[in-house]
Design a protein around this ligand. Structure first.
Ligand code: SF4
Ligand code: SF4
Length: 322
């Protein structure tokens, strides 16, 4: 895994301004094709200012490391029970593995002792220098494909210092940069990074503040205000809309999104992201309730219909991930 490779680079990377700044990363995905132009390496940062019911990266929401449990890999050696200093691990009479997560101090003793990899620590501290070593390995792919680096999460701006330092390092290295944000962060944090962002991937979930709060944990006031500001900054913006049946896919709501987007500048595209059920096992592995287990994935035909509704006021460049 790229994140393990980055960890091994510690001794080579403690140089350069900002290189030692550390961030909490839960994944580094290479050769991604839907998170900005060309082939990209996506760095996933932990911690989000929202908690969307449809989140497909639920392990990104908490700003702290988390133990994930994969019972299908467990060989019942009970090492975790013996080594945990806080009695987090218990096995029931039926053999079920129960974690008292409130007691966990994220020390990593159990995950390092579980050779079956049934226990995995989600979230590792990496320096900017370590991440840059990994990013630079794929420079030839970026150059051949017009790609680059995308910071995602979680919400990258929740780790403002690290995100800024990493973007600065990418630009200094001549790499194309994109940031995937929900926008629910102070404008000053976004503003500071603008000189180092080539493309903003901006999530838009719901136009109604109450519905936004109900499904995402906060109103949309700050996110919409920041989007208006960003659209005046000159940074190209791709709008990303998770399309969730019965939540935000009605004709009236989609048309309202279209009208709002028609009032903005620098929108280079809109990407419709259909809700996928794939994250169910992730929720179980970190002990977080799945609030949307029954919702179906919208069909391609429905997504194309939605794209039509969205363009009633003004044509948009719409991409459909389906
Ligand atoms: S250490 Fe890993 S393999 Fe052993 S009982 Fe615990 S979870 Fe299962
Ligand atoms: S990370 Fe540490 S405290 Fe948490 S369950 Fe594992 S051993 Fe126990």
């Amino acid at each position: 895994m790229a994140i393990e490779a980055a960890l091994e680079k510690r001794s080579n990377t403690e140089r350069g301004e900002g290189a030692q700044c550390e961030g909490l990363i839960f994944d580094i995905k290479r050769y991604a094709v839907h998170d900005g132009p060309g082939l990209r390496t996506v760095v996933f940062l932990k911690g989000c200012s929202l908690s969307c019911a449809w989140c497909h990266n639920p392990e990104s929401i908490s700003p702290r490391p988390e133990v994930s449990l994969h019972p299908e890999r467990c060989i019942a050696c009970f090492t975790c029970v013996k080594v945990c200093p806080n009695q987090v691990h218990q096995f029931g009479e039926g053999g079920e593995h129960v974690l008292e997560r409130d007691r966990c101090k994220q020390c990593g003793t159990c995950t390092e002792s579980c050779y079956a990899e049934a226990l995995v620590m989600v979230g590792k501290k990496l320096s900017v220098g370590q991440v840059m070593e990994v990013l630079n390995e794929d420079r030839a792919f970026y150059e051949a494909s017009g790609g680059g680096v995308t910071l995602s999460g979680g919400e990258p701006f929740m780790q403002a210092e690290f995100t800024t330092a990493l973007l600065q390092s990418c630009k200094a290295a001549g790499l194309h940069t994109a940031v995937d944000t929900c926008g629910n962060v102070p404008w000053a944090v976004i503003q500071k990074t603008l000189p180092y962002i080539d493309l903003a991937l901006y999530d838009l979930k719901h136009m109604d503040p109450g519905e936004h709060k109900r499904h995402a944990g906060a109103t949309n006031d700050l996110a919409l205000r920041n989007l208006r500001r960003l659209s005046k900054s000159g940074v190209p913006i791709e709008i990303r809309i998770p399309l969730i049946p019965t939540v935000n896919d009605s004709p009236a709501h989609v048309e309202a999104i279209g009208r709002f987007l028609a009032s903005l500048d620098n929108i280079v595209g809109v990407r419709l992201l259909p809700y996928l059920r794939l994250a169910g096992s992730k929720y179980a592995s970190i002990g977080r309730p799945n609030r949307m287990p029954e919702v179906d994935t919208p069909t391609r035909e429905h997504l194309e219909t939605v794209a039509g509704w969205m363009q009633r006021d003004r044509p948009l460049t719409i991409f459909i991930n389906a």
